[in-house]
Design a protein around this ligand. Structure first.
Ligand code: PLP
Length: 377
């Protein structure tokens, strides 16, 4: 790599990459040596306690994925056949898959022009007597309009749920993303700011909901159940391993540092593009913090860019940029919602930019110069 740099050759720039230090290695080594028998849950218990404390909620349940955490949470709320769940059309498939698995109907609404998160006015218009949840996904670290969504949810008596998989470190008016709804879910997938390779977290301050999800995650065996091999109901098995939890404990100790570096990279892009009117980046609310998981550039329509041209240019420069999420409703399992014009339009003129802990200023320059090649005078 260094030789390539010296020669001025282009080396590949990945889009994300975890930051692993001696701390992570030490914890995982300890877990693999000692974390068995009576100690087989030590790191899991510690991660759950530390995470709940850091997030500012009463309880956390470690899971094997964010998708699993969401599946159990929705199931615990009793969501099933005939029910509707409102979410933004612009989303990763993981946010909607559990809704479908439970037999409920996803209702896709349009996004806001600036935050790319669900539009509260459209949420309100989509509420029916069958609406059983509003799923607020904080896209790319950007925050949903939580005040308006919380008011809507409480006015209509509908639970507001946060998918904060992309928003670890994001803060809305002093409250961390994932701590404001009935429950919040997080992902520790290898691409996320805090990672265990695969993994997730369910977080809530609702005692009863916590007890239910904890028991659901243990095949429906209630913690107070004393009979062996006895299930009280059909549950799930989305548990995190102690080895993964050891990695998670180390990453969580470094969470402020990991988020700060993400924010520094987004700021680096912002500084370099500040004079460019044709590109906007992830917004940050005046009284909030964007955890900056995924710096994303959206071109104005007049720039005339296409997703395909952007991808091709980045590929030619060996930069692993990624497409902005396609509308979920366009995918073959659903029916296109033509009226979600912003979700359809923005994704066609936007691109996710690389951001990882060890990214250099030279890397940032290279990404930005590729972006600038699309800017018209
Ligand atoms: C990554 C992600 C998920 C899924 O996380 P897994 O841990 O892979 O299940 C869910 N929702 C959003 C918004 C994500 O970005």
């Amino acid at each position: 790599m260094t030789e390539q740099r010296l020669q001025g050759l282009q080396y590949p720039i990945p889009y994300v990459k975890p930051s692993i230090t001696d701390l992570e290695i030490a914890y995982v080594n300890d877990a693999i040596r000692t974390g068995w028998g009576p100690r087989c849950y030590d790191y899991i218990n510690r991660l759950e306690a530390d995470f709940a404390k850091w997030l500012g909620v009463k309880h956390a349940v470690a899971t094997s994925s964010c998708t699993g955490a969401l599946h159990m949470g929705l199931h615990a709320l009793g969501i099933g056949s005939g029910d509707e769940v409102i979410l933004a059309d612009t989303n990763w498939i993981a946010s909607v898959a559990p809704v479908v698995h439970l037999g409920a109907t996803p209702v896709f609404v349009d996004i806001l022009e600036d935050s790319w998160c669900l539009d509260p006015a459209q949420v309100e218009a989509a509420i029916t007597s069958r609406t059983k949840a509003i799923l607020a996904v904080h896209l790319y670290g950007n925050l949903c309009e939580m005040d308006r969504l919380r008011k809507l949810a409480s006015d209509h008596g509908i639970p507001l749920i946060e998918d904060a998989a992309e928003a670890i470190g994001s803060v809305w008016k002093g409250a961390r993303a994932g701590s404001m709804g009935k429950f919040g879910v997080f992902s520790f997938h290898g691409t996320k700011t805090v990672t265990t390779g695969e993994g997730g977290m369910f977080a809530t301050s609702d005692n009863a909901l916590y007890e239910r999800v904890r028991s659901l995650n243990n095949h429906g065996r209630h913690p107070a159940q004393t009979k062996q091999f006895w299930a009280d109901e059909i549950g799930f098995k989305y548990r995190m391993s102690n080895l993964d939890a050891a990695l998670g404990c180390a990453q969580l100790e470094r969470v402020e540092e990991l988020v700060a570096r993400k924010r520094e990279i987004l700021a680096g892009y912002r500084k370099r593009l500040s004079a460019v009117q044709q590109i906007s980046l992830n917004p940050e609310p005046a009284d909030g913090i964007n955890g900056a998981w995924m710096p994303t550039a959206v071109f104005v329509s007049e720039a005339g860019v296409t997703r395909e041209a952007l991808l091709a240019a980045f590929k030619a420069c060996q930069i692993d940029a990624r497409v902005f999420f396609y509308p979920l409703s366009d995918q073959p399992m659903f029916s296109p919602v033509q009226s979600n014009t912003r979700a359809r339009d923005i994704s066609s003129r936007a691109i996710n930019l690389p951001s990882f802990y060890d990214m250099t200023e030279t890397d940032l320059d290279r990404v930005v110069s590729t972006l600038l090649s699309f800017v018209k005078d």
